[in-house]
Design a protein around this ligand. Sequence first.
Ligand SMILES: [Zn+2]
Length: 225
Amino acid sequence: MSGRLGDVELELPAAPTEPEEKPGCERCGDRGVIQYERDGTTFGAPCPECRANAVRSSVRTRAGVPPRWAEVQREDLEVAWPSQFTLSEPPYFELVAGGGEYGVAQAVATCRFLDLCVELRAPGRWCDVGQACAEESARMRYQDQRFASSQPLVEAPLLLLCDIEGAATQYAESVLCAILRNRWQANRHTIVCTSIAETINGLQQPTMALLEGFELIELAAPQPT
Ligand SMILES: [Zn+2]
């Protein structure tokens, strides 16, 4: 009598949560295994949902997604998921803009970024413009070891660059422009985002020209109730 190949006949471990507490995984109740019966015997198979979450969580950590955005789930977003996201073809060059409030564009872009990291099996980098400037300047001027272990921004197979409204100085904008130009030329998936859609019009011509090639994902501001 046997289950599917690789599955084991087992006693289910107790769920680690209190009975009243809602489990994180509704599929398996945080046991990590799902049970099924065959010929009167109970078998356990790894929970596919937990496995997917574990992959996502390790992707988040390696990409350097800050805690503030790390737990954002697509289902929790108050804006509708932009339909363009499912239509475009790789390589992805996307500009997520608007949403009315600070953080909306970042949340949507972060979810999109994590989806793509998993889908494309590509190591991603999460970065905002301020951090990008600090890294680039440290690398160029001092060969600073602090950033030696992180994937260079122009080389990451997938990059999410947040808060392009932070490119308010000439230096910041030149860094932004250099990163975008290099990634365009190398055909590397790049997502940029800004809460303030109008920011784009304030950028200098070379940066604006680069961004014109991006697919614009414009988030609607929530309707006042
Ligand atoms: Zn599970």
